[in-house]
Design a protein around this ligand. Sequence first.
Ligand code: AMP
Ligand code: ZN
Ligand code: FE
Ligand code: FE
Length: 295
Amino acid sequence: MIVSKVVDTNLIDLHSHTHSSDGSATPRELITLAASAGARAVAITDHDTLDGLAEGRTAAQDAGIEFVAGVEISADFQPGTMHILGYLVDEWSKDLNSALERLRTARRERNPRIAGRLQELGLDISYDEVASLAGNKVVGRPHFASLMVRKGYVATIKEAFDRFLAKGAPAYVEKERLSPADSIGLIKSAGGVAVLAHPYQLKLTDQDTEDEIRRLKDLGLDGIEAIYSRHSTEERERYSRLARRLGLLITGGSDFHGTFKPDISLVTGLGDLQVPYELLDQIKSTAASRSAPGN
Ligand code: AMP
Ligand code: ZN
Ligand code: FE
Ligand code: FE
């Protein structure tokens, strides 16, 4: 993988996935990559698991960069996709850990059904193979996509999603999800900061996006991931303005998945990502104000 050297050492990345979910790098590899890219801080935000955080934190200490504990939860939403990022959560929270365990169980129920659909469509893809490729961690659709590329059924991960795995495609299988309210509530009750990830994926008009984000704010949402790899410059500006107007934090990240999203680099995204350290300071202030004695 190509690591583009960041010149500005004030840059951070608040959205990344490791081998504990559907990224390809171990937490330590990811931190090493962030350090060699010159990042000042990096968050690991795996889907439905906190498993990679301990290794990430130790590796960050070794590498001399700041570590941010995170998680990404998929909420129940139509027509698009709603992911809620949680930052600086209490990793020992019983409620959070048991809810994440339930979500992992829902995945284990869904994933063999995806394999079944693919087999019905004539592809020789077994769940066992996918699980072993994933290393028996949190299995996600990118693992299926990767095996489909490896077996030559599709040329790219994107093609696997477009033709088979994306919402609405023939091998898409729903899984049980938390409501937006429960996703946000869970993060907040574990002392974390709740942020709407990649808002363009909601697939709403501008006005409906604003209305939805206002509702999420009433449920406790703290911020919007305005600065995101796949957001255009115009979208980054528009979502930042919306955040400021609604009194929400602005956050940003690449959504690095290593070889499972080969076009996205850590810290630099598609090449033009710039997330300033100041945004992390604001997340930390928000979390600190919440955990003040008496709250
Ligand atoms: P899952 O957790 O199994 O629902 O899969 C979610 C993962 O699949 C996330 O990493 C998404 O970024 C990725 N994903 C979802 N839809 C697409 C798509 N249309 N193209 C590429 N990746 C996708
Ligand atoms: Zn993912
Ligand atoms: Fe996401
Ligand atoms: Fe993500």
